[in-house]
Design a protein around this ligand. Sequence first.
Ligand code: AMP
Length: 294
Amino acid sequence: MKQVKLIRTTQELRAWRRSVDATVGLVPTMGALHAGHAELLRRLRPRCEILVLSIFVNPTQFGLNEDLSKYPRTFERDRELAQSQGVDVIFAPDPAQIYPQGFSTYVEETKLSQPLCGSFRPGHFRGVATIVLKLFNLVRPEIALFGLKDAQQFFVLHRMARDLDLDVSVEAMPTVREDDGLALSSRNVYLSTEERAKAPELYRALTVAAEQLRRTPERVSEILSQTQDALSCHGFKVQYLEFLSLPDLVVPPIVSLDQPYLLAAAAYLGKTRLIDNVILNSGRLGEYGVVLEG
Ligand code: AMP
């Protein structure tokens, strides 16, 4: 099997990209790869001639009290997973490559990045949009694939690509879960055995709430507050639980049964922050130019 090519510098990446005349697909990650990342690669593989995986723990998307220094780093395992998924190139730069001395230009999406994680992680989506735009400029992919595990991130990046006329199709695929429903995340390794046993309740509570919302959408505030109580009873400290319309991520003035919505939550189990979501009526998102895979 062909060895995956490892590129560490922007200069080398640019030189390589200039030499390539083929359809390029990109999966941006922060490494510590799991089966969710593998699925992104597996789905994108047949849709492009060259598959690029980026691994970069992006400092500008972490807040001051967040887990940048202890974020899991498992490069050798990541390389093996990339190899097994037929990745052609891993781009894994050092922070100094991406943010050279005097770096002072950022990209900011100003609406979709405000609610949900945006209101609790100031600057987070500015960091995400900046790194992803830089990766798009360096790799110049035709398609970039993201996970709906981070649904708000996807909608922000999709909007950025549209607003800035980027020549890339920003697409998303469903969340990959453990058998018990817990969304795979590189941060799940922070959970203690006891917390890990409780963690699937987050998705369970969201699916129950989504089903109730489908049946009785007019009861939205009651359903949200019952769900919040149920999560507290299971030992979660809920940071937010919101029901927003898609793709604009605003509180819907009235809830109609056939429109797309995002039911999203962030909650702490001990020190570990988990996020998860359910999308209702995702089939209608195509009408807004949003491509969801699967
Ligand atoms: P991360 O490395 O966590 O920044 O994630 C890199 C990409 O993988 C993002 O597009 C995430 O949404 C996606 N991703 C992470 N976890 C999952 C999952 N459980 N299912 C699907 N996609 C995921």
